[in-house]
Design a protein around this ligand. Sequence first.
Ligand code: PAF
Length: 283
Amino acid sequence: MKIFKSKSDFKDYISSEKNKGKTIGFVPTMGALHKGHLSLVERAIKKNDLTVVSIFVNPTQFDNKEDLDKYPKTFEKDVELLESIDCDVLFAPSVSEIYDDNVVSETFDFDGLEHQMEGKFRDGHFDGVGTIVKALFEIVEPNTAYFGKKDFQQLQIIKKLVQKLNLPVKIKGMPIFREKDGLAMSSRNTRLTEEHRKAAPFIHKTLKKARKKIGTKNVIEITEWVRKQFKKHPLLELEYFIIADEKTLQTATEFESKKRYRAFIAVFAGEIRLIDNVRFKNN
Ligand code: PAF
């Protein structure tokens, strides 16, 4: 695997590969790779001539300095994992390569998608995500980029970014990868204490139980039921549970037959904030 830290070396290399007519698949990450990331990379390898993974812990998408400082960094292990699945290229720039000395976000209008859920609870988060994803797309110039549905709101926002800026890249959303006990895979899971790790599968279990109530309970009743489950839980603190229209991400007030819904949740397990979501239909 080729590893680039310099933006200009990387750009020289990638443009020579593109000149040979190669298609580029791209998986942007913040490192601390897990099986969910690797499934995106494997998909990119299968569908493209050349696969690029980026590792860059993007400071402008963190609303909390401590969270940024404590974000897990496992570069050597990440390289080993990427080499084990024959990834072609790793781009791992420093903060100054990307931002020079101006570490600030652009401001975006994502037609309201940015004001819901993560946008409401993490100030400036999606301006930071938009800034870095736009910058990386300009550097990598991928044909297709792959994102996990665990960050479903992020996925919708990146689709909107591409649409609004007319960027020539296809965005593919890939299924959530889960541990055997149902916990959605996340780089943050490694920071859970033993007791919070044991408690965390409760999140997905509760989402599944809530989904079973469609048909017998309405949106407000299901939302209330979920809140009660977490109130009773000694280790997990609910930040939000929302049933929303998949496309607009607006909170639903009732189920309408022609719309697709998803339930979104954010929970604190001690200091660690976990998010998850499930398609919300009766099955
Ligand atoms: O999902 C992530 O890991 C990050 O938000 C992304 C898309 C790599 C941008 O920093």
